[in-house]
Design a protein around this ligand. Structure first.
Ligand code: DGJ
Length: 374
């Protein structure tokens, strides 16, 4: 009898503990523990909502500078309320085979997953840099799974839209490219000594495919999916329509924000309009975010300025955009998801999630130490 009471007491205690541990608010920039009490490890992430559950995919990082390269793969977490996340383990593993494009030690960034209702496949795209080649490869990787939590199977990596001109190509792009325009990585902002169109990186990469670094995916109301990526040595964004099965590029794409050096681009739709929130191009260091609006996905895009408001807005509250999440079951409710990178010890990177408000048609976000969906 005493033993029974003891066991009952323990069970009650554990239930109370578990409930007490349940989070009911967001605390941007703080440690965010998963169901195992470990800081969530899903950086540069994005969210898929499927059958009542949110899935958060992101870069799995390890401690120390080596963690800036992919040592493990892409993590997946699941949640019903967006506050409490269950570790679903590694959705896509890096490969031990040194000949694989995604061999351990490659750079695998900003994974995003979308669901194709026709093929019933979960499709992951990510920015891939080949091991030991810095940020020169600028490729897109694609993986596929039958289940949201994976395991995902790596299919291919490539530079998008090889052999296709963008819809808004200009005559200057079709002229022969000067041999001085080397096929080499020239870093971030300011790496080009001349306006991007005079250098014609688009023409340089026409045959082999366009450079694709920071990226995101967006599925429109009609289930057409789009890939948005920093191209042409990060100087210009491309918005590219995917094939019906979401596994390839369709060849139909637009250049937008030419020469504006945007990274961390997110694409979302609210009240019939398309929005982009992105960052400037300053490596791992935060900068002032940008926002833009368009009536059609390929534009014309109109810049709306920095969506962050108040103290530290010029550094987007020490974060960089990675995704804008539509909250299910609430009208026009969106969350800005940002990364607070810690490149000296990437596993310690924090997440800055803030509610987006629309003021005069422009997305805005204000710092909050704590907040909830209510
Ligand atoms: C900034 C990008 O937004 C990140 O995804 C990453 O590629 C870093 N640059 C690398 O410096």
């Amino acid at each position: 009898m005493i033993r029974r009471i003891y066991l009952l007491f323990i069970a009650l205690f554990c239930t109370l503990c578990l409930n007490a541990q349940k989070t009911k608010q967001f605390t941007p920039g703080e440690i965010w523990n998963d169901n195992n009490g470990k800081h969530i490890n899903a950086h540069g992430g994005g969210i898929l909502f499927h059958k009542g559950i949110y899935y958060w995919y992101g870069e799995h990082k390890i401690a120390g500078k080596i963690g800036n390269s992919a040592q493990v793969g892409v993590s997946c977490y699941s949640s019903k309320d967006l506050y409490n996340w269950k570790d679903e383990s590694i959705a896509l593993k890096v490969d031990e085979d040194p000949n694989s494009d995604i061999t351990k030690g490659c750079t695998l960034e900003r994974p995003k997953v979308i669901y194709n209702t026709k093929t019933k496949k979960f499709v992951m795209w990510f920015h891939l840099e080949l091991k030991g080649k810095g940020y020169y490869a600028a490729r897109s990787g694609v993986a596929v799974s039958d289940k949201p939590e994976g395991p995902f199977t790596f299919l291919k990596s490539f530079r998008p839209n090889a052999g296709f001109w963008p819809v808004n190509v200009q005559p200057c792009h079709k002229k022969p490219v000067s041999p001085d325009v080397k096929d080499s990585y020239c870093g971030g902002k300011g790496c080009l000594s001349a306006p991007v169109d005079s250098v014609n990186l688009l023409g340089r990469d026409f045959k082999g495919g366009q450079m694709a670094r920071d990226m995101n995916l967006f599925v429109d109301d009609d289930e057409t999916a789009y890939h948005i990526y920093s191209s042409e040595e990060n100087s210009t964004l491309h918005i590219s329509k995917l094939s019906d099965d979401y596994l390839s590029c369709s060849g139909e794409y637009y250049r937008v924000f030419v020469g504006r050096y945007m990274e961390g681009a997110t694409l979302f739709k609210c009240c019939g309009k398309y929005y982009i929130i992105a960052s400037d191009c300053t490596g791992w260091n935060p900068n002032a975010a940008r926002s833009a609006v368009a009536d059609e996905i390929f534009g014309e895009w109109k810049e709306l300025g920095n969506p962050a408001v108040g103290k530290d807005s010029e550094l987007t509250f020490h974060s960089q955009s990675t995704y804008v999440l539509k909250v299910q079951g609430k009208n026009d409710s969106y969350i800005f998801m940002g990364d607070r990178w810690t490149p000296d010890n990437p596993i310690d990177g924090r997440y800055v999630w803030l509610p987006i408000k629309f003021e005069n048609g422009a997305p805005k976000m204000y710092w909050q130490d704590k907040w909830s969906l209510n």
